[in-house]
Structure formats: C-alpha cells, structure tokens
Design a protein around this ligand. Sequence first.
Ligand code: ATP
Ligand code: MG
Length: 555
Amino acid sequence: MKENSIPEPNHFLEEIVAADLAAGKYESILTRFPPEPNGYLHIGHSKSICLNFDLAAKYGGKTNLRFDDTNPSTEETEYVESILADVRWLGFEPANIYYASNYFDQLYEWALQLIRMGKAYVDFSTPEEVAAMKGTPTEPGTPSKYRNASVEENLEQFERMRKGDYPDGHCTLRAKIDLAAPNMHLRDPYLYRIKHAHHHRTGDKWCIYPMYDWAHGQSDSIENITHSICTLEFIPHRDLYNWFIEQLGIFPSKQYEFARLNLNYTIMSKRKLLQLVKEHHVSGWDDPRMPTISGLRRRGFTPESIREFARRVGVAKRENLIEFSLLEFCVREDLNKRALRRFAVLRPLKVVVTNFPEDQVEWLETENNPEDPEGGKRPIAFARHLWIEQDDFMENPPPKYFRLSPGNMVRLKSAYIIQCEAVVKDDAGNLTEVHCRYIPESRSGADTSGLKVQGVIHWLAEGHTQTAEVRLYDRLFQVEDPAAEADFKQALNPNSLEYIPNALVEPALHVANAQDYFQFTRLGYFCLDPDSTEDKKVFNRTVTLKDSWSKGQKK
Ligand code: ATP
Ligand code: MG
C-alpha cells in the first residue's frame, strides 16, 4: 500500500522529508530556526521561519527556536526578545525555545573528547600565520608547529585558555583534520577563540567561545534536529558539520541548503541594518521603511501577507532577486479583504457648494468595506463647505482629465455630482477655494439625474474632520541592489519619507486601534502609528492602492 498518510511534497525539501518519512528514517521530524540575536529579524528571516515551521507542520513534526548566541560581543537581550515577538507575530509558536549558550558545557566536554582522540590542538600561531599555512584549494596547507603537541600538553593548554590565562587572540583550539582537503573548511578549522567578553546569558563564566561550525551542528544534534535547513552559503560547511557529528558519535542531524531570499531595493544584512539604526538614517529597527519584521509590522503589513509572500517566493536551490512589488501585491490582496474604508484628505482644497444651504448637514452613508458583506455602512456628513484633494482639481487641465476643473463635473464618492463654477484666488494669485453647484438628483444610490461622469473623488465636510499626521513612504534605497554598491548608504533614497502634518481624516478614525487596517479611499492602505497621541493620530501608508513601481514610475 502506498504511504498515503504522507502529504504530497511541493518543493525539494519537502521531497527529502517525505522520502525520509516513507523510508521510516524518523518517527517524526524536528526542524529549527536558529537566529543569532545580534539584530532584529528581517524579511529574509521570515522566509526561513515560514519554511521551517510550515515544513514541520505539514509533515507532523515540530520546530524549535534556537538562539545561536555564541558571539558575546554583538548579542543582546533586546534582540532575543524582539526575535521571539516577531516569530510569534508571524503566527508561529516554537515547540521549544533554546539557546546555544546552554550547550557551552557540553561543547567544552566534546572539545576535550576531540583533544583526547588526538583530533584537536591548541595553536599559538597568529591569524595571519594560520591563513598563510592554509594553502590554496590546489595546494595543500602546511602544518603549524603546534599541530603535533601531545594530548597532555593540549589538555593543559586548553585548560589555561578556559581559565583565562591568556589574552584575547593569544591562541585558538583547532580541529586536526586534513591540511590537504580540497574543502578548505576541513583544513584544521578553529573550534574556540579567546574572548574576554560578558555574555548576555552566561555572564563572565566563559572567556572562550565556540566558533559557528563547532556550535551549530552539535546544537542541532543535542536537540535531535532531523533536518537542519540553512542557506546556500553553508554548503562548504556541510562536510565539517558531518565530520564533527561522526567523530563524536552523536545524533546524526543532517544539513540541507536552500537559496536565501533576496529582495530588490532592500538590504538584508543585520550588520548593515544596524548601521542604518546607529547612524540615524532611520528612526530605529522598527522604522516603517526598514525591511525588518518589526518595521513591516509598523508599516501595516499583516502576518498573513508575509506568510503568503514566503509561499509565493517558493523554495529554490539557486539564488535570485525577488521584486519588492510582490510583497506589496500580497499585502494589497490581504488588506483589500479586511481594511476598513475611510475618507482622508491629505492636502485639502476648499470647495463651496453654492446651492447647498449654509447651516445644513445632510447625512449620507458609505460602505465600510464593499469586499465584506458584513462590513456595514457608516454615516458621512455632506455640507456647503467641503474639502477635496488639491490634486483632484486643475484650473487648466490636459485632455482626458476627469477630475474637477472649471465647468467640469465630478462625482463625490457616496454623495453627489458637483460642477465647478468658479475659482477664488487671493491677492497673490493663489487658489483658495473652488465654487461648485451640486446636482440634488444625483445622490449615490438614488441617482435620477441621467448624468454620466467619469471621475469619482473622495472628500470630507468641513467641521466633520479630525486633523492627523500622515506619513508616506517610498523605497529606502534608490537602486535595485544596494548591497552591490561600494557604499550602500550612498544609495539611500533622500525622499523615502514624507510627513503630512495636517491631513484631514474622518472623525470615525478617532477610535482607530493599533490592530486596525484602513484603506483611505483612493490613497492607499494605512495603519495607526505608535507615535499617535490622544490629540493627534499618526497614520502610516502601508502601500498605495496600485503598483506604481513595476512600471518604473513613482507616484
Ligand atoms: P544576516 O546576515 O542578516 O545577519 P544571518 O544569516 O547571519 O543574516 P542568522 O541570524 O544567522 O542571520 O539567520 C538565522 C536563519 O535565517 C539562518 O538559518 C539563515 O540561513 C536564515 N536567513 C537569514 N537571512 C536569510 C534570507 N535572506 N533568506 C532566507 N533565510 C535567511
Ligand atoms: Mg549568521
């Protein structure tokens, strides 16, 4: 009988897992997401998170979150907390939360074991000497003069390293493998370095810290990780990963590699993102222009849209560059279904409806969300004095301009058709207001006017508004691949943030909550920013309604 309980695989990693399960290699699978807590997670990490958690969930397994905290000088508790919060916000709950630093004792024991096996030695050569002795891929390396020290001597020197007898960089512990190996990673790699630094979890207990290669595979093995998934740059590390596990005779975790996510107009290196934060090019890790999960969250991206994005990007074995517009497409699709429609006027122009009585207000209705049958309607005030967008009026329009212009008609959304009769200017010749008449028979939903107008614009009634600050964002970088620039900061877009301090929004937005998503009619999707106060709300534009980028044209 066919193994019909094993779900159909959709990519090569799922194929590996399905085959392993079909062969009875594992009872259940265990994956892990292993961030180094040296920064906030970015959209690239979300690809790895979704991959690890979804793969395990699909095949009935589990996923650990493991903080790969082996480098004390760059790691902080703040990062640990933000990473956990981001993973949860994306919608995933780790089966276990572990820290590589919890394994420092075990790793130390295993290092002693390797030394006793004659497979590790303390080397006092300088990094330059070690590099020179490594050889080249076509020429074997030359042994360090410390390579053949006795087991006793190595045990003693390693103990002195651990005790703190030596300053930083004085010596290292290296594995004794093969100086002629075609894979340079096997030419006696470093296992430990001396670093007299305070660790965010182990404090001052250690002054020797394990290298990535020495910590990672063994941590996987300690946790019984079955499929250890990482990005392609770790392919050359795989032999070493296996060598350590074989030598120690521990649980045989296996490493598999996939192509990292690259996104245009973005950088995805925590080190570079940290520079942007430290040098105040952005307001923080959660600046809405940042490609971090916390930045995207503050910008108004939903976890669903990010998960959908990860799904659409797929799992590849070859690197490629994904369009940022795909991420925007995903969030538009999601927000179109759930965002509450509201009116906002970013740059107000006054309209006087000359045939509407001065002291009268007419209450009209407009839909909260036409995509949601249960969205309902809300009242919206219509009056003699209105606000429209400055952009929606042109005194001397080009042909085919369907918005308001002298003599022209336009529909006010969910209200009436108006026709421009006159413009009013101040002494300096600046437009101050536009006079229109409205067509009483043209009310939306009850239009008997017989008029056909092409343009529909949004609007608000004077006195029925709140003032809000609106922040509009553009790409943080002006070039597709900022990481390829000599100095990525030179590629920053100087116009990536536009403040509109006094936009007008519907009074209904006064009760906006941080979790709410809005569509400001015709303007885009927006969310409330945490900078909001009781007196003044601040809204971030998540994305415009249409893609203005893939056509190579900015809005
Ligand atoms: P960075 O260079 O941004 O610091 P990193 O790879 O050093 O990235 P880690 O914290 O070590 O960051 O990454 C945790 C996990 O996320 C690793 O398994 C890594 O392979 C994966 N990851 C990091 N960046 C990406 C990316 N752009 N696409 C897919 N997976 C990624
Ligand atoms: Mg890393």
